[in-house]
Each structure stands twice: as structure tokens, then as C-alpha cells.
Design a protein around this ligand. Sequence first.
Ligand SMILES: *[C@@H]1O[C@H](CO)[C@@H](O)[C@H](O)[C@H]1NC(C)=O
Ligand SMILES: *[C@@H]1O[C@H](CO)[C@@H](O)[C@H](O)[C@H]1NC(C)=O
Ligand SMILES: *[C@@H]1O[C@H](CO)[C@@H](O)[C@H](O)[C@H]1NC(C)=O
Ligand SMILES: *[C@@H]1O[C@H](CO)[C@@H](O)[C@H](O)[C@H]1NC(C)=O
Ligand SMILES: *[C@@H]1O[C@H](CO)[C@@H](O)[C@H](O)[C@H]1NC(C)=O
Ligand SMILES: *[C@@H]1O[C@H](CO)[C@@H](O)[C@H](O)[C@H]1NC(C)=O
Length: 509
Amino acid sequence: MGSKSHFTSKLVVFASILVLLLFHSSEAQSWKDSLERWIPKEMERSFQGIFYNIDPPGGIPGSVTAADSHYQPDYYYNWIRDAAITMDVVVTLYEKAKEPSQVKKLEDILKSYVHYNYIIQRTPNPTGNLTTGGLGAAHYLLNGSAFTGSWCSVENDGPALRAVAVMRFAKEYLRRHGDLSYVKKWIFNNETNPPTTVTRADLDYIVRVWPDPCCGPWETFFVVHFWDQLLIRKALLQGAKFAEMLGYMNASSYYTKQAKELTSNMSKFISHVHGVVLESIDAPRDTIHETFIDTSTILAVLYGYNDDGFYAPDDPYVMNTANLLRLIYKDLFPVNRRRSQDEGVLFGRFPNDNYDGIATGNGVKGNPWFLCTLGMARYYFELAKRFSEYTTLTIHSKWMLPLLDHLGSSHSHSMPPVVGEALNHFQVGETLQKAQLCQIAKALLTEADKIVYAVYRHVPETGMLTEEINRFTGFEQGAKNLTWSYDSFVTAIWSRKHSLKAFHSNCPL
Ligand SMILES: *[C@@H]1O[C@H](CO)[C@@H](O)[C@H](O)[C@H]1NC(C)=O
Ligand SMILES: *[C@@H]1O[C@H](CO)[C@@H](O)[C@H](O)[C@H]1NC(C)=O
Ligand SMILES: *[C@@H]1O[C@H](CO)[C@@H](O)[C@H](O)[C@H]1NC(C)=O
Ligand SMILES: *[C@@H]1O[C@H](CO)[C@@H](O)[C@H](O)[C@H]1NC(C)=O
Ligand SMILES: *[C@@H]1O[C@H](CO)[C@@H](O)[C@H](O)[C@H]1NC(C)=O
Ligand SMILES: *[C@@H]1O[C@H](CO)[C@@H](O)[C@H](O)[C@H]1NC(C)=O
């Protein structure tokens, strides 16, 4: 009797493990399958959304509307920042294009973009004119007229992002045997007083104003932001190389010199106490827990990392900031508290955000944003790529541990313990070997895919992306067809592709 019941209970345990495993793996298949089926469809939809918003009705060629939303909110303007982020996507397509008609089409769009920006740089606005700070204007009308209402100004990320996108275009254009005289007429030459070219104007502007406070990516606090500093740094360093390539040595060395000073001044953004990158050190925010923790620091790394080891994706402080953002948002948004185990966290801009996509002010609660959430997914894809490529890596800071331990624990939950050794309990000074690095890379790829899957769960059948996702209901909210949301989807999926490729070539099964 005793042994029979023992046998039965063993059988029950065995059967339930089997059911669990089967159920678990089929469920694992189903979320992955849904994701793989959705990604190509949403990519197509995103490109449609991006090109729909370039040269929109009422706009002159080369203008980009921030969203197809004219009312509540009215985003029917060319934001310098958002347009540059969009054109950076177009430049990537241009670099990849093979078919002559496609090359020509993209080249025409990019030349129009340069021309539209030549016009608006020379359009005086409430912030100033070409030589007195007018380049800091946040946005212009799509027909090229200045925006004369009140708005948070100055914004210095726009000229930095625009300079980087235009220089990338110019380099690819010259590589394809484009005309050097076009580049010197419209993009960069030695005329400075006033500048007669678009990128010379941008670089000479940011090289002068980089120490000053401005509105930041969210147009909320007028302070010195980590976001602007890292973007300006990249633009100046790229600008120095570009000017040198064209033979303008004076400009080149001047940009380098200023970039060096900016770089040495950026250590102030590190909090050694909390192990995080601060969004700013200048403005008061409400609670200690939420002070200066902002998703834009991770976005800054995505858009502003110059591939030189300075604030790389695997910088310990950057890694810990990403992990802390997850811990904050997983509890902050009700929609995250209800999510299934296959869904990652949806991310907002900063914890005490009080803009909901239409209204702003006391009592208004901020929401998850597509561009923040997809940016975080892209961050994990980038990190996975780096971990796949290392042959060994020494844990050189305790601020790497919280994210690594999280990956270790979620990794061991998603796998039966017999299959792999649990990955947690890393130590400072420990050197990770290839097999461990590949396990971490795999966990990062899963972490990233779960975030993309969470996005999928909140996008309607049409594939239309807005600015935000309601923090309670999980439905889309705010500006419809937000261009930057589509840009973020495309760039996240491009990173996914590169990351999977690196993983498969470095981490054989
Ligand atoms: C959004 O973009 C699509 C095309 O990409 C368009 O058909 C639609 O009208 C746009 N506007 C809204 C509000 O959906
Ligand atoms: C910009 O404004 C200043 C001061 O109002 C003026 O002296 C200058 O000529 C203007 N520059 C351009 C390029 O319009
Ligand atoms: C652009 O549009 C605005 C508002 O519709 C109008 O006032 C302005 O004159 C237009 N500018 C140009 C250059 O057509
Ligand atoms: C560098 O940062 C320090 C500390 O915030 C500030 O006092 C100083 O003015 C900055 N340097 C420049 C050139 O802005
Ligand atoms: C660019 O202008 C500077 C003076 O502003 C001059 O020293 C330099 O030689 C010029 N470079 C070229 C290539 O014309
Ligand atoms: C060198 O270039 C910088 C940036 O364009 C400019 O401000 C400076 O006047 C130039 N110096 C000389 C000697 O031309």
C-alpha cells in the first residue's frame, strides 16, 4: 500500500513535470511564434508610417511631421530632433540600397531634407536667427515658416542629431561617387560668417553652446542634460573627422578640442552612491528614489554612443540604470503589474512624468511610451551583441551585478534546472568565460524579445503606433502615427537582426 501510493505519487509528480514542461515549451513556442509572425508585418507598417510622414500634405519637400496628429495634440510640425532621427533611418536604407531607382529615390529625399533645413536654419524665429541662436528652435512649420507661439526653447539635441544624420548621408553619397561640389555647396565648407552650409552651421552652433542648459528630449526641464551632452559629443567628434576628410583642419581641431573638454566634464553625471547615470545634476525633482532617473539616459547611449568606449552599452553605470528603470516601471504602471510572464516591462520617460499625451499638469499621470519601450528593447539587443562577441569578460564593477543577477534568475526560471547551471551569484573580479557570456547573451536576447512582445500586445491589428500606451487600460494613447515610434520599431528590429547574427556566429549550440 505504502509503496503503491509512493509509486502513484511518483507517477503524479513525473506526469505533472511532463505536463509542465510540455505546456511550458508549447507556450514558449506560441509567444515566440506570434512575435516572429508580427515583426515583418509591423516593419512594413512602420516604413509606411515613416514615409507617409515625410513631405506630408502642406509640407515642402524634405520636411517631416512629428506625427499625423493635428489636434489634441497638435504635432503637425517639423521637429528638428524627430526629423533627424527619422532621416538617420532613411540614411541606413540608403546605405543598404542596391537597386538604382531605390538609391535615386532615397538620395532625392535626403537632398530635399538638406535643402529644407537650409531654409529653416535661415528663418529667424523667437529663439534667434542663424548667427544669434536660432538653431536652437524646437520645431518649424512644415512649409518652412517659423513657429511663433510659446514653446520650451532652446533645444540643442536637434542640431547635433541633424549634423550626424547629414554627415552619414554625405559620406555614403561620396562613397557612391556623388559630387564633392554638392557637399561643399550645401553641407560643409569654410565659410563661417555667416555659415553658408547646413552642417557647418550646426557644428559651429553646438561647439559654442554645449555648456549651456536647454530643454532636453522631453522639453520639460531647462538644465544641462546627459542626453544633449552625449549627442553633442558624438556630433563634434564625427564633425572633426568629417572636416578633416574635407581638408578643413582648423575646424577639425577646434571641434576635437571642445569635444575633449565636454568629455572630461561629463563625469558629473555619474552617481557613485546609487551606481547610476543621472539625467541631470541641476534640477530639483520630487522624490529621492525618482531623482534624475530617466529613460533618456539609455536612449542617449543608443543615439549618442560614438563607438569609443565612452558610455558604452555595457558600462556598469549604464547597465545598472537600465536595470533600475525596469524595477521602477514594473511596479509604477498598473498595466505592467498585470502582464504575463512572457511580456517584458513597458517603459515611460521618467517616473514622475505628468504628461499623458494630451494634457499636462498636476495630477496628470504619465504613461509608457513606445519609443522608450522599444529603445529599451534595442538597448538589450545591443548589449546581447556585445556579450556574444566577447571571448572573456571580467566583472570589474559591482554595478554590473544587479542586471546580471536578474538575467541569471529569469534565465534559470525559464529553463528546467537540469539543462543549465543557474547563472546567478556573480562576483566582482570574476572572469566570465565564453559559455557564460553566451548564456548571458541568450538571456539578454530573451529579455529584449519579451519587451518587443509586450509592445505587440498593445498594438492594434492595423499596426498603427501612437506616442503612448495608457498606464491603466493598456490601449494606445496620444499622437497617432508618431514618426519617432515607427523609427524606434525599425531600429530595434535592426539591432535584433544584428544581435542574433552575432549570437549565432559566436555562440554555437
Ligand atoms: C496613419 O498612417 C496611415 C498610413 O501609414 C494612414 O492611412 C492613416 O490615415 C494615418 N492617420 C491616422 C490617424 O491613422
Ligand atoms: C541676426 O540678427 C543680428 C542681430 O539682430 C543681426 O545683426 C544679424 O545680421 C542677423 N544675422 C543674420 C544672418 O540674419
Ligand atoms: C505657412 O503656413 C502658415 C500657416 O498656415 C502661414 O501663415 C504662412 O504664411 C505659410 N508660410 C509660407 C512660407 O507659405
Ligand atoms: C563643467 O561642469 C562644471 C560642474 O557642473 C561646471 O561648473 C563648469 O562650468 C562646466 N564647464 C563648462 C566649460 O561648462
Ligand atoms: C579655412 O579658413 C581658415 C580661416 O578661417 C584658414 O586658416 C584655412 O586655411 C581655411 N582652410 C581651407 C582648406 O580653405
Ligand atoms: C577655426 O574654426 C572655428 C570653428 O569654425 C572658428 O570659430 C575659428 O574662428 C577658426 N579659427 C581660425 C583661425 O580661423
